[in-house]
Design a binder for this molecule. Structure first.
Ligand code: SAM
Length: 181
């Protein structure tokens, strides 16, 4: 079950959006960050906890017309941001998904890349969350996880306790996992 703590107040969401926009304006953060994700043409990707949708346009263009982007969030304002971008930039391959708890309706074993950026620290029920990522990921798919506001050790411990993912790459930016054998 999702705890209310994960769903921020509307005012907090608006404030976060302003801060992120300022950061992007001055440092080009989201464009630089997006390049590190190495999203490929034709992939099915999930932006889990998409927030103000700052990666959605880049994702959409990278996967192209044969790919698909699911932008998932528990917050209705995030879903509105995604839908506004879909309309403004005609992003036909993007779908906004309002998740309930940790569940989505995304088909099982269908996703190439899940990226969950700056949100893992917010998750209260780690195993339910990771269980959903595991369910929708293809056997050779990859999860890209930022620690968010928690230590690397903490974030790796959570994955280890879940037990079904195997780390394939670690960098200062994120840790990357595949389904374990
Ligand atoms: C700090 S924002 C980061 C947004 C985006 N990933 C980025 O880096 O720009 C965290 C987002 O995760 C979302 N979130 C938190 N818990 C969630 C959950 N259980 N399922 C889906 N989204 C969640 C929040 O609503 C918020 O929009």
């Amino acid at each position: 079950m999702l705890k209310n703590k994960e769903k921020m107040k509307n005012s907090t969401f608006h404030f976060m959006t302003i801060i992120m926009n300022i950061m992007d304006f001055f440092t080009n953060y989201s464009n630089k960050k997006f390049k590190t994700l190495e999203i490929q043409e034709g992939q099915i990707v999930v932006d889990y906890g998409c927030g103000p949708a700052r990666f959605v346009q880049n994702s959409s263009y990278s996967v192209g017309k044969h790919g698909k982007v699911f932008a998932v969030d528990i917050h209705p304002l995030a879903i509105k941001k995604v839908n506004d971008k879909i309309k403004k930039f005609n992003l036909e391959n993007v779908e906004a998904v309002l998740s309930t708890g940790y569940k989505t309706y995304i088909k099982e074993s269908s996703v190439d890349i899940i990226y969950a950026l700056d949100m893992f620290h917010m998750i209260e029920n780690t195993n339910e969350f990771l269980g959903e990522l595991y369910r929708i990921l293809k056997q050779d798919g990859m999860v890209i996880l930022e620690d968010g506001h928690q230590s690397r050790v903490n974030s790796k411990d959570k994955i280890k306790n879940f037990g079904l993912f195997e780390m394939v790459k670690e960098s200062k930016y994120d840790t990357r996992y595949k389904k374990g054998k």
